[in-house]
Every structure is written in C-alpha cells, then in structure tokens.
Design a binder for this molecule. Structure first.
Ligand SMILES: Nc1ncnc2c1ncn2[C@@H]1O[C@H](COP(=O)(O)OP(=O)(O)OP(=O)(O)O)[C@@H](O)[C@H]1O
Ligand SMILES: [Mg+2]
Length: 344
C-alpha cells in the first residue's frame, strides 16, 4: 500500500464575520500520494483555498478548529513556525494563481530562483546556485535562461512569470506541490503549456501534486484522482475516470452538466441553478439538499448529514467515496435526466 505524502484529516476552519461565525472548511479530509495528481474542484467559496492555506499555516485570518495535516510523520498544524517555514519552499511548495504576488518586483528573476536554492542548501556557492538556477529556468522553458536570469519580473509575461514560480517550486525537490488555480491568470494557449509543465515538474521530482481548479477539462487531462468540495466539505472523492463515467454525488453531476460544450466559446463553468450554501447557517442535513434534484424532498436529506461512504466494490464506481444518502442512485438518475456529458 502507498503511504500518502500529504494527508489532511478532518480539517475545520472558521472565520468570525460581522454576520456571525462562518465555517469555511467543515471536516475536510483528503490525501495525495507520491507522483500522483489530485485535483480539487468545486464552485467558488467551497473552501478549496482556505483548506490548503490552513494546512500550510498560511492563513492570515480565521481559526483552525480541528484537524491534522500529516506530512512525513509530522502534523503540520502542530509544528513550530520555524520548522514549518523550513519545509515550505523546499519539501512542500505552493504555486498561486497570480505569479506576480509570488515574485519580488525589485529582484532579478534569476536571483530569486538562486536564493530559493541557497536558503535550503547553505553549502551551495553563489556560482553553483547561479548555474543550477539557469538549469531550472531552462527546464521550465524560459528561453535564453542565462540572459533572462538578469531580468526583472516586469520584463516577463504573466505566463513566463508563472514558469519562474514553478521553477522555484521544484528547485529543492519537493515531495508535495500545491497549485491553486495556477493557470487562471494567463491566456488559454499558455494554460496548456503551464499544465504540461506541472506534469513535467511532477515527473522530475516525483512529488504529489494537489491541483485546485475550476476546469473539469483540466481535471480530465491531468488528474489521477479528484476531490469534489461543496460548502466546506468533500462530497466526493474518486479516481478520475469514475468522476466522469459514474459520478456518485448529485453535486458532481451538476458540475459535469455545466461543462462547456466543445462548440461553445464559453470557457467558464455555467453555475449550477440555486444559490451556493450559506456557510453561516449549519443545517443538520446535507448542505446541497436545497439545490439537489435527486433528494426529491426525502426527509433524511434535511435531517441527517451524509458522511463519505465507499461505493460498492462490484459497481462502476468502485474506488469512489461520496457523501450522499442516495449515492447508489446518482449515476442512473443523471443518465435519466441526461445531465452528464462525457468530456472530449
Ligand atoms: N479572511 C476571510 N474572512 C472571512 N471569510 C473568509 C476569509 N477568507 C475566506 N473566507 C470565506 O471562506 C469561504 C471559502 O473560501 P475559499 O477561498 O477557500 O473558496 P475557494 O473554494 O477557494 O473559492 P474560489 O474558487 O473562488 O477560489 C468563502 O465563503 C470565503 O468567503
Ligand atoms: Mg480559491
């Protein structure tokens, strides 16, 4: 059995707002294995970012109410700041949506990559760091890396900056790379290149990759497994092929039915009908119930909160887990309603 490189267990995070206490992350568990890409999907506000920020001690507000985040036998939530900071940037790295926020505007690109190396390897000479930084820039596809080494971030396009950020993320052979919508800020052609690059990075380092994305097309292309989040909870986790062929949670079906058609010019997902859950109100039942076409006012959906449960081993969804009282009905229901389109 493979041991996960990162394992988030029962993580809960709350924010105190003028309207009351908002539970943004409500008992999230997921894990990623070495060399695996786990895609985390879910509509805006479902807690994807807060989950990873909390896991890595990077939350600037909010309170972690419960949970463990196991990495290398250590619980990151209970690690002294200094130790955690040493792990971040070396063993555990992050790539954010906006590369500009990750780069220092007044330092040359090359020096930033070189410093990432030196911080985690004190024995590295300046010359050695420079050489390795140029190698890394070449690896991530920065042309003329020895020239580009001496340039500043504003001399790079957004896509090139994100390549630099990825170079920094893989510089110290990480075991886990977390990428939070890494391609949202760049145009479509560059998106595909950056995703390829993340795959190369994963192969080079053997790291487990957590890829947060809105784009189910991306999921189909790069993910091994998928965690679907809704209202601060994981509602389904499954091998990627199961997600498209035999979705177990009605919310997953909703996401799939919002996939843009091939002939469509719209790249964004069309939202699922109904309003996202109000995180200020914790109902005793399933948070998706008010928008769910499968629930059909069955009482248990409003009275009991479903926990993740495994699909039958002899079903098409073997290996999937879903938090739905009627998960075993979902695939047939979605086929009946013609809600699911297979991605190209
Ligand atoms: N500093 C904060 N104060 C109050 N609420 C917050 C704060 N940060 C996040 N939240 C709330 O936590 C919830 C989860 O936010 P999060 O950023 O994790 O969503 P997300 O799934 O990453 O969405 P997106 O797809 O838009 O990035 C949201 O309702 C958000 O408004
Ligand atoms: Mg986010």
């Amino acid at each position: 059995m493979v041991t996960p490189v990162l394992q988030i267990e029962d993580l809960a995070v709350e924010f105190t707002t003028p309207e009351g206490v908002l539970r943004a992350v409500d008992g999230v568990s997921y894990s990623v294995d070495a060399g695996e890409t786990l895609a985390v999907v879910g509509e805006t506000g479902s807690g994807k970012s807060v989950t990873v920020l909390a896991a890595l001690g990077l939350l600037d507000a909010g309170r972690i109410v419960s949970g463990r985040v196991m990495f290398d036998g250590l619980d990151l939530l209970r690690l002294p700041d200094k130790k955690l900071r040493r792990l971040l940037g070396s063993n555990l790295t992050m790539v954010f949506q906006n590369p500009m926020s990750a780069l220092n505007p007044v330092m040359t690109v090359g020096r930033q990559v070189a410093e990432t190396l030196v911080v985690h390897d004190r024995k590295l000479t300046n010359k050695g760091a420079r050489g390795r930084a140029i190698e890394l820039l070449a690896l991530v596809g920065v042309p003329q890396p020895d020239v580009r080494f001496n340039q500043y971030p504003h001399e790079f396009s957004g896509g090139m900056c994100q390549r630099v950020v990825i170079a920094m993320a893989i510089a110290n052979n990480p075991r886990v790379i977390i990428a939070d919508e890494p391609t949202t800020a760049v145009d479509v052609t560059v998106q595909a290149q950056l995703l390829d690059l993340l795959q190369v990075a994963r192969e080079e380092t053997g790291a487990g990759v957590v890829l947060i994305t809105h784009d189910l097309g991306v999921v189909a292309e790069v993910a091994d497994r998928v965690a679907v989040m809704y209202a601060g909870r994981v509602v389904e986790t499954a091998p990627v092929r199961n997600i498209f062929r035999a979705p177990q949670h009605p919310y997953t079906v909703g996401l799939l039915s919002c996939l843009p058609r091939l002939d469509s010019t719209v790249e964004e997902l069309v939202p699922i009908p109904g309003s996202p859950a109000n995180l200020l109100i914790r109902s005793p039942g399933c948070a998706f119930q008010p928008r769910c076409g499968l629930s059909a006012d069955r009482d248990i959906c409003t009275s009991d909160r479903p926990e993740l449960a495994a699909a039958a081993a002899d079903s098409a969804a073997a290996g999937s887990w879903a938090a739905c009282h009627f998960a075993d009905e979902t695939t047939a229901w979605s086929a009946r309603e013609h809600l699911v389109r297979e991605p190209s």
